[in-house]
Design a protein around this ligand. Structure first.
Ligand code: NDP
Ligand code: HSE
Length: 432
């Protein structure tokens, strides 16, 4: 074993970074044996230097992250600051100064992955980011390496722990959205500003990364159709239950049937209780990968949290250090298929539409006519009179598989009917 240590610069020492530092220290001997050389924490960049950081030598702490990555003797930079800047500039500088990079930063990779891969390749360095998608769950490496000989056609799953916790609570306790969000915040799942999670930005970034790797193409974050969970109501959850379903925020990346394009979308969807994703509870993640030769694979585990995410970071650190000692690099970006990303209008799926309608003769026929005119076939209809002074009824229509664009046209036409007082919710039905 080489005795001269490989030097690691840690950028960020928060929820994830502090666990990375802890495991590097407590498992130092095992890591050295697995890599073939010891790894040494050479510096830790943070924003607040006076904060007490248990188990970390205060002499290693700096607020000058740029100087740390420019030192020239750093072998690997671990970026766990988050956000686009200064992380992007620091990673690029790290490559220029001879370091490989391990990052957990899905926002940055979804925003600027191709440029970062190009910079890594230009300087002959590694860029690894297993922790950026689904925390501890090995997903990036299985897609990039284990399934490199297969053809992946679909990746579908729950990739955001916070929203899964909220939807799970709404389902199991009957809580409303706000109440469930408050509980997620109190338990430390949701951040003070939960926008990235509840509006689907976090899941969309992960979907962009997964689609790019799975289909060997580039999928920008702006090309991922995104809907969050803020509009999901207790009534939607109850309606899903009546259909033998539950509601999950899904990320779905698909190769088109003709193989000439891909789609990536994130939205709440009803899935049957018999589907394996329906039993993914609390803040857990699970992802299905469908590949031509392998068939269906399911990956399940903790998708967030300091220790689980640090596990993925450490796995990458070991891989990158091994490459460094071998004088090689691992797989870089594979985007040779150059498949275009189709708009969501071309997606075909089933829909659950909940309408508030006037409770009088002929309304059902009017509504059914609109669906027929748009070429959307109805599977089931459930109407319930509210017996209220406004004379309204709830009408729930579940369709057969239809084009997303046809469904949008249907909803637009329904809104124009005098007898339709409101479209309470529209939700896709998946996983059947
Ligand atoms: P935190 O907010 O807990 O930690 C961020 C760290 O970065 C803090 O130590 C902070 O310093 C430091 N920091 C912030 N700005 C700067 C700066 N300009 N220069 C130097 N240091 C800076 O974030 P997390 O640990 O939760 O997340 C880190 C990354 O991991 C993100 O990309 C996130 O998306 C990703 N991730 C997180 C998961 C999780 O469950 N938390 C799961 C999967 C991925 P200080 O301590 O002084 O404030
Ligand atoms: N906020 C993210 C989640 C963290 O809840 O899943 C893990 O990426």
């Amino acid at each position: 074993m080489r005795t001269r240590p490989l030097k690691v610069a840690l950028l960020g020492c928060g929820v994830v970074g502090s666990e990375v530092a802890r495991i590097m220290t407590t498992h130092a001997d095992d890591l050295a044996a697995r890599i073939g050389a010891p790894v040494e924490l050479a510096g830790v960049a943070v924003r607040r230097p006076s904060k007490v950081r248990e188990g970390i030598d205060p002499a290693l702490i700096t607020t000058d992250a740029t100087a740390l990555v420019e030192r020239g003797d750093i072998d690997v930079v671990v970026e766990v600051i988050g956000g686009v800047e200064p992380a992007r500039g620091l990673i690029t500088t790290a490559f220029e100064h001879g370091a490989s990079v391990v990052s957990a930063n899905k926002a940055l990779l979804a925003e600027d992955g191709p440029a970062l891969h190009a910079a890594a390749e230009k300087h002959g360095r590694d860029l690894y980011y297993e922790a950026a998608v689904a925390g501890a769950i090995p997903l990036v490496r299985p897609l990039r390496e284990s399934l490199a000989g297969d053809k992946v056609n679909r990746v579908l799953g729950i990739v955001n722990g916070t929203t899964n916790f909220i939807l799970d609570r709404m389902d199991t306790s009957g809580a409303g959205y706000s109440e469930a969000l408050d509980e997620a915040t109190a338990l430390g799942y949701a951040e003070a500003d939960p926008t990235a999670d509840v509006e689907g930005f976090d899941a969309a970034a992960k979907a962009a990364i997964l689609a790019g790797i799975a289909f060997h193409t580039r999928v920008g974050i702006g090309e991922v159709h995104r809907e969050g969970i803020t509009e999901v109501t207790a009534a939607d959850i109850a309606s899903a239950r009546r259909m033998g379903c539950t509601v999950k925020l899904l990320a779905i990346c698909e190769r088109a049937a003709d193989g000439r394009s891909v789609t990536a979308r994130v939205h709440p969807a009803m899935i049957p209780l018999s589907h394996p994703l329906a039993s993914v509870r609390e803040a857990y993640n699970a992802v299905f990968v469908e590949a031509e030769a392998a068939g269906q694979l399911m990956f399940y585990g903790p998708g967030a949290g300091g220790s689980p995410t640090a596990s993925a970071v450490l796995g990458d650190l070991v891989a990158v250090c091994r490459n460094k000692l071998a004088g090689t690099t691992g797989p870089g970006e594979s985007a040779y298929t150059r498949l275009p990303v189709s708009p969501t209008g071309e997606v075909v799926t089933r829909y659950h539409i909940s309408l508030d309608v006037a409770d009088k003769p002929g309304v059902l026929a009017q509504v059914a006519t609109v669906f027929a005119e748009q070429g959307v076939s109805i599977d089931t209809v459930r109407q319930q009179s509210r017996q209220d002074p406004d004379g309204e009824a709830s009408l729930v229509v579940v369709t057969h598989r239809a084009l997303d664009s046809a469904l949008s046209g249907t909803v637009e036409a329904l809104r124009k009917l005098d007898t339709v007082r409101g479209v309470a919710s529209i939700m896709r039905v998946e996983g059947e």
